[in-house]
Design a protein around this ligand. Structure first.
Ligand code: GDP
Ligand code: MN
Length: 397
């Protein structure tokens, strides 16, 4: 689950990470009130107005702007709210901005220029350890830094059983060329950041930029936070952070009925029991010359009601030219699944306009095949994997 910048910053702040302060607003009036309230606590009269969408690169797309007065807050917020923001990370048509973060300007002029760093925390799956990636070259173009000057990006691996050790926090501050107050601030910053990462069961933190202000404070100016969906049961309060308008509507609907559905770009819908078999089935579809339109794990109980729900979800995608059902009957008997498919199909009447290929293997597979063949429906049955692939290939041709 992805968070908005303002939610990510609140999460970080709750673990003691220093952040650029701000207040989220849904209307121009709210933005003006937010700016006035910020001024009364921070003392700064300049603000940045930042579009809140689930995509980075907002600065480049015109979604982050400085306002030097309350009048400018109103005009800038008015322009950003409701706009269709296009960034390198949005779909081509962009994303609609429903909220802005009104934040204190932290790039105030001072004796020294502010410096922008890049810091992210994530899991290195190869080593099974968490790692902190960091660089002096923060700002808006970290992808270009990784491309042209990868040696300017440092990596610190953290043993999960030991946590981030003090010497590692100091090494990071040292490699970022800091000294004095800023050095101490940075060790505090990364320590709190790592605690927040562990405490919230996050799978990604990307803070770009982390800013050294002209008065030597270290603060998070941006926050991209991804929480691990598999750990959300440990944080019931995080459910409120979900922004349904940012999620795929079919995926939202699937989650509500307990189905594991991920929308993809292809032309063959699939319905499978078990995530591993679902992955293998997607490979099979590719081998047959198709592209999977979705990942769908229907789980252990493939009864008529569940199969029907799955059909309806898959058929919402107009690109689907065929549906491949691949079920292994271990605990669930194949003939019961086959009956479920036939019942669901009959119940849906004309809603199904594409060929369906059913591959059932396991307990009572042959009875299941007979049941489907005798149904008289536009359903092709198969027992062997390859046979199913061949039938998919014919169907999409
Ligand atoms: P992103 O483009 O989506 O990654 O959004 P960021 O939150 O990183 O903001 C983009 C850029 O806006 C930053 O790299 C900064 O250069 C600039 N910015 C952010 N906060 C301030 C601020 O308080 N004052 C000024 N002048 N610029 C800021
Ligand atoms: Mn950023």
């Amino acid at each position: 689950m992805n968070l908005h910048e303002y939610q990510g910053k609140e999460l970080l702040a709750s673990y003691g990470v220093a952040i650029q302060r701000g207040i989220v607003a849904k209307t121009t009036d709210e933005a003006v009130d937010a700016a006035k309230e910020l001024t009364s606590t921070t003392g700064t009269s300049w603000h940045v107005i930042k579009a809140q969408i689930h995509a980075g690169g907002r600065g480049k797309g015109g979604g982050v702007k400085l306002a030097k007065s309350i009048d400018e807050v109103a005009s800038v917020a008015g322009a950003i709210l409701g706009m269709q923001l296009i960034t390198p990370q949005t779909p081509p048509e962009g994303k609609k901005v429903n909220q802005v973060l009104v934040a204190e300007d932290v790039y105030y002029p001072g004796a020294t220029e502010p410096s922008e760093f890049y810091i992210s925390v994530l899991l290195n799956r190869a080593s099974g350890k968490n790692m902190i990636l960091y660089s002096t070259e923060g700002g808006m173009d970290i992808e270009a830094v990784a491309e042209a000057t990868p040696h300017l990006i440092f990596t610190e691996e953290i043993d999960p059983s030991l946590g981030l050790l003090p010497f590692q926090a100091r090494k990071i501050a040292f490699n970022l060329d800091l000294s004095g107050t800023a050095f101490k601030e940075m060790t505090r910053f990364v320590t709190a950041l790592y605690n927040a990462f562990i405490g919230s069961d996050a799978s990604l933190f990307e803070i770009n930029p982390v800013l050294k202000t002209s008065d030597e404070r270290i603060i998070a100016v941006d926050a991209k936070v991804t929480l691990d969906d598999n750990s959300l049961f440990r944080h019931p309060n995080f459910e409120d952070l979900r922004d349904f308008s940012e999620e795929n509507p079919v995926e939202v609907e699937a989650r509500a009925v307990g189905l594991n559905y991920v929308d993809l770009d292809g032309n063959v819908g699939c319905m499978v029991n078990g995530a591993g078999l679902a992955m293998a089935t997607m490979d099979l579809i590719k081998q047959a010359g198709g592209e999977p339109a979705n990942f769908l794990d229907v789980g252990g109980t493939a009864d008529a009601a569940r199969v029907e729900t799955a059909f309806r979800l898959i058929l919402k995608d107009p690109n689907v030219k065929a549906i491949l059902i691949n079920i292994f009957g271990g605990i669930v008997r194949c003939d019961r699944v086959a009956q479920g498919i036939v019942d669901a199909y009959k119940n849906m009447g004309d809603a199904i306009q594409v060929p369906i290929i059913v591959r059932l293997q396991g307990t009572n597979a042959d009875i299941a095949k007979e049941l489907i063949d005798a149904s008289g429906l536009n359903v092709l049955s198969a027992i062997a994997f390859q046979e199913a692939a061949d039938k998919v290939q014919k169907a999409i041709r």
